[in-house]
Design a protein around this ligand. Sequence first.
Ligand code: HEM
Length: 458
Amino acid sequence: MLNWLFETIHADTLRPFGGMRGPTPWYPLGNAGAFLFKTQRPWEVIASFAKYGGMTVFWTFGEPTVALNDPALIEQVMRSRREHFYKDGPAPELIPVLTRSTPNVNNGDEWLASRRATPLSREFASAWLRAQAPSVRALTIEWADRLAAKTRDARVDILPAAQRLLFDCFAVGVVGAKLSPNDYDNFTVLANYGSARMLQMGTLAAELPPDGVEARERWLAMFMRRIAEERARPRPEARDLLAVTVREGTKLSDRDLAAELGNTWFGGDFSGPSTLVSALYLLTHNGASGQRLADAVAGLTEGADIDACEVLDQTLREAMRCLPAVAVWGRRVLPAKPVTLGGSVLPGNTKIYITNWHLQRASSFWAAPESFRPDRWTKDLRADQPYSGGSHFFPMGLGPRVCLGAHYIVFLLKHVLAALAGAYDVECGAGQPYDAGQSFYFATRMPYGLKARVRRRA
Ligand code: HEM
């Protein structure tokens, strides 16, 4: 029997997981077939293991991975007992792209130092963020008018267009001006390498191929040039992150500051557009919620009013609940330090996958979980399940390693949605299944292939 063969060949590795439930592994693939040959996406497969329990083991050839779908265990790994675990991916994959400056690729003291030093963690970040409201609004209106002209006769692919909008929003917020087409190309080359490395199985080269190295050096040099200009000729009134950081002072070297400013795009220009397009899709297919949002934001132009708009907040949370852009991520048990989790002893270095896909749509927590119902987000629910992560809503992670850009992206998406819903009809993916072209890019669930049409309301 194949299962017997698997158990015999991997007896030593299997032993510690003997009491843990999970899908039956078959020799030689283990459960890898569920990911390779099935129609479900990886996050759906991991979420589906919840049928065996909140903590399950599955096998990729002879390697065990623990899948967590249990709120208490996820909380322990991410927050209260996090010192027993570390983040391995995406360090080897992304260090040549993001450099070592980002908290994303660090652990322990290096993580803390990089998390504290990066501009988005500094105390001036909230005032900087509030100052971005007018430019985000202006960029969105310019983008929507352009798209309205372009889609008069034919619908266009919305995801690349949304990526371009957020690319420009990040540019104005981070350096005070749009970037050049060459900068966009450098970013794209780097993102393609980063994404391919995250999907690659087996050993990774420590460095990118020459064209990737050149793209990275050109990308960093562009920011370093701007930092040097700012030091030489300060712009006292400028409200972009680069100007504010230079004005306030930073412990980062110019190269690390350049990398951290540039990493905004790698952090946000896939997950942000994915969320925006998902929200537009859900609003298109739930007309009453779309109308409710349009009514709520009509006439709102002031940043503070937009931030305070309850319906807008409910809409964004519900979109992030139904279709989280980042649906799975990983940890490992510290090497050579077994840990007891959920009553089982996990050997050192055991791989763990955490997904929000199951809990954010579990009927034990959500009434009619498959329905897009922004008004389910009462005041109490919002307090209990914040954007920064609750027990069964954590679209941007939770605990001390919660998304570094969480405040920024929530702000941006609210202001983009307010500008769009206040003056435009956006028809996104009408008559199309959401997930026809969906795939992973840069560890993000990207809803490719959805077509959109934009009309300015009279
Ligand atoms: C809707 C958009 C976004 C989503 C859904 C998202 C999701 C996430 C998630 C789930 C994590 C936790 C991963 C883990 O614990 O391993 C994370 C971490 C992170 N995100 Fe985001 N993110 C978004 C936007 C952004 C933006 C705009 C930035 C940059 C400005 C950013 C930068 C980061 C960084 C640097 C980390 C690592 C933090 C650390 O390890 O301390 N993200 N994000």
